[in-house]
Design a binder for this molecule. Sequence first.
Ligand code: OAD
Length: 224
Amino acid sequence: MNIVFFTGAGMSAASGLATFRGPNGLYEDDELEIQDYLTLSYFKKHPGKAWDWLRVFIAEMTNAKYNEGHEIIASFQNASVVTQNIDCFHQQAGSKEVVELHGSVDTCKCIECGKEQPLREKCDCGSWTKPDIVFYEECLNFEKIKQSRVIAEKADVFVIIGTSGVVWPAAELPVYAEKCGATVFEINPDQPSFPPYSPDRYIKKNAIEGLKELKEKLERLYPS
Ligand code: OAD
């Protein structure tokens, strides 16, 4: 059985990271201001100011750790993960095939000389770097989109976890996977973000509890 996990910010909530939307989400207080820091034209004009915000945003991730949910996903043999998260937790928990659609905080690129390097604020040439995360006004990496679609096409089971499903093109993936024949499950403690699946395929729980329930369900549905 080919299983694909498609994750968003809710996946890392149990690690102490805020989601973007919803109660206590990062965008709740000042969405426009935060979007500035994550917008390419603003970043190019005011890299120092943007880094003042990014430094704290990134430190929250680098000081946090993957949670039991990431470990459960990694325990599925040969599962693939497509994530919108930039925190690198799936790989750190042991998942082998991970597509980071929105990039990651692992690496960066100098905005002047273009040198690619592990994440740091300043390049050897003295210029600011930009973290390899997808900013507003930037396109997603085309190879990653292609790779995620190939993964979705092959999925027998496609599991959506902790995403509001409002950011495209990532949000098309579950719909595409279902069109290609996958059975789609969704785990979200608040509400389903995708077309309502049958009640036994929508699990209204947080990522960790939902994954435990999903594992039992799959063992019943697909006994090995
Ligand atoms: P959102 O913040 O939009 O949505 C988080 C979802 O997680 C919501 O549907 C919550 O109900 C759900 N949630 C909250 N706590 C949860 C928990 N403990 N377990 C499971 N689910 C929980 O996050 P994303 O959908 O990931 O883009 O946001 C998509 C993109 O918007 C992000 O990748 C980011 C942002 O702009 C970029 O940085 C490019």
